[in-house]
Design a protein around this ligand. Structure first.
Ligand code: HEM
Length: 344
């Protein structure tokens, strides 16, 4: 990606300094030693083995968020639960503070676009301005931060103290920005899962308040709710898969909803009983060397948040069975998730 952007920059005589900086430090596009070193460092602080350390903070944020919801006529669970939960917990985990939070959040939600190959030049120019702004805000937010004794320290603090000559300060801020942008999947996936559970047969839906049931069925829930639409790869050799022939250097797009659900994931609600105990294998977090570094954290927060929601509100119902689908090219996501409260 980095060399691709440099080529566009030189050919098109446009300045893509920040876009190149962000791509250079986006684990998705990195390779070899630099990739592995950053990956391992990130996993060392926020990997699955570290979640116990974060449990108290995550529990507290989930509880604060759930307690802020009052039973009015209808509530948008994305606006009032999944999104603020993702934002607060992930900002604390990664150490993200911004000097202009509203503008920051807007552009961060558009980071997913960068993953799309072959973007038009005008979008690249827009992204350059946005990334420049985001990095400046992130740095300013970090310097404004009060000197408190963070326990556990955020990922940003750990990375800034890293002393690895391959990563300067700009590289570190860029890497953290990408991680934060990638984390929006937590809000989208959690919202999708809640939608599926609210559409499920009663027996399944009632189980959602049981932490043990959620833990045991987490992989299935993630499989049907995962928000990423595609995994992109460039084929490194000629290969045949069944009836498909893929030539070296072909741009290969793995369509995750097609692989997981044979189509639109929002239409699979009747298949729960037969599927719940099987087909747990999925590609929701990718596979291999680029396997999601946020998978442990995502599993942890999703597994914790679902029973808290379904315990507190045993009486919620979807306001409409028709999902309010978003139109993001890269994510299966909902714009809103309105629920109403039954009198029980
Ligand atoms: C439910 C939530 C999430 C889902 C479904 C998800 C999904 C994915 C998928 C499918 C990939 C593989 C992409 C590829 O191979 O091209 C991936 C990689 C990645 N994810 Fe996630 N993700 C989630 C949460 C997160 C979070 C919370 C973070 C950050 C803390 C994150 C950061 C990343 C990064 C940096 C990579 C690239 C890793 C590498 O290339 O070494 N993700 N994710």
């Amino acid at each position: 990606m980095e060399s691709h952007l440099r080529a566009i920059q030189n050919e098109g005589k446009i300045d893509l300094t920040y876009l190149t900086l962000v791509s250079k430090n986006a684990l998705f596009f990195m390779s070899q030693d630099r990739h592995l070193e950053l990956r391992n460092k990130v996993l060392k602080h926020i990997g699955p083995a570290k979640m116990k350390k974060w449990e108290q903070i995550i529990d507290q944020i989930i509880n604060e968020q759930i307690n802020s919801i009052t039973e009015t006529t209808s509530v948008d669970l994305i606006k009032q639960f999944t999104y603020p939960l993702y934002r607060k917990a992930t900002q604390r985990l990664l150490g993200v503070n911004s000097s202009n939070p509203e503008n920051f959040e807007y552009w961060v939600t558009r980071l997913q676009e960068l993953l799309e190959p072959l973007l038009p030049i005008r979008t690249l120019k827009q992204m350059e301005v946005a990334f420049k702004d985001l990095i400046i805000q992130l740095k300013a937010g970090n310097s404004l931060k009060e000197e408190i004794n963070e326990n556990p320290p955020s990922l940003l603090s750990e990375l800034l103290n890293w002393n690895n000559p391959k990563f300067n300060q700009d590289d570190i801020f860029s890497a953290v920005l990408v991680l934060y942008g990638a984390s929006i999947n937590v809000s989208q996936t959690l919202a999708n899962i809640i939608y599926h559970l609210l559409s499920a047969p009663n027996s399944i839906r009632e189980s959602a308040s049981d932490p043990k049931w959620v833990k045991n069925n987490l992989e299935y829930l993630i499989k049907i709710g995962a928000s990423p639409k595609y995994v992109h790869r460039i084929a490194t050799k000629d290969q045949k898969f069944g009836e498909y022939f893929i030539a070296e250097k072909d741009n290969v797009l793995l369509d995750l909803p097609a692989i997981h659900s044979n189509g639109c994931p929002y239409q699979n609600s009747e298949k729960w009983e037969e599927n719940i105990l099987q087909k747990k294998f999925h590609l929701a977090f990718g596979q291999g060397i680029h396997y999601c570094v946020g998978a442990g954290y995502s599993r942890f927060i999703i597994r914790k948040a679902i029973p808290v929601l379904f315990n507190k509100f045993k009486n919620i119902d979807l306001q409409s069975k028709t999902p309010d689908l978003g139109n993001l090219n890269q994510a299966v996501s909902l714009n809103s998730l309105f629920v109403t409260f039954k009198n029980i």
